[in-house]
Write a protein that binds this ligand. Sequence first.
Ligand code: ADE
Length: 236
Amino acid sequence: MLKIDVLTIFPEFFKEVFDFGIIRRAKVAGIVEINIYDLRSFTTDKHRKTDDKPFGGGDGMVMKCEPIFSVIEQIIGTCERENYPQVTKVVLLSPQGRVFKQSVAREFADEANHIVLICGRYEGIDERVSDALVTDEISIGDYVLSGGEPAAVVLVDAIIRLLPNALGSETSAVNDSFTENLLDYPHYTQPRDFRGMEVPEVLLSGNHAEIERWRREKAFEKTRNYRKDLLDKEHS
Ligand code: ADE
């Protein structure tokens, strides 16, 4: 069982997002447990402040470290990274992190049994969170979101579908895009002729070797056209 804890100042954001499809099934099957922690309820001041003005001046607000330290202490039992169990990952979602991709999802799915996702907000988060608590800083791409919440959803989805028995068939994830640094091949279903657009003949042939060859060719063609960087990486 993988335990995922999400730390956020917008718990409502996650109200239903994990209640569909594969994630829901995985929760029901006891493959994963997801808990949402409201950082505001870990504040101790009268105004329940989760952010404050930056030391040194400048625009915007900075997320305070105390509520985050308090939650981590409660859910892991220690605020000292050196004392975390080996299988615990504390992830800060931020545009400054290592870029998330299939191999990183695989790493988390294989190595962790407890993942804590800290959703950053505003202009930043007190650096002492990174210094003391975080094991992995992750970005989901080279663009800036207004907070880490959508990024947390992306990680949860990508990781859960790689867990043993999360998908209907054990082999489904093996053929996913990116597993071999290749995009997926095109798919077709009924009807054979839709408004004059026909399903490629080879897929109707019943010749499995031919079909396999065609799919590989198309996967390469798509990758060459849209994501040449993936092919360059594979052969460098
Ligand atoms: N928070 C803001 N932008 C982000 C990004 N690109 N990835 C992860 N977390 C973020």
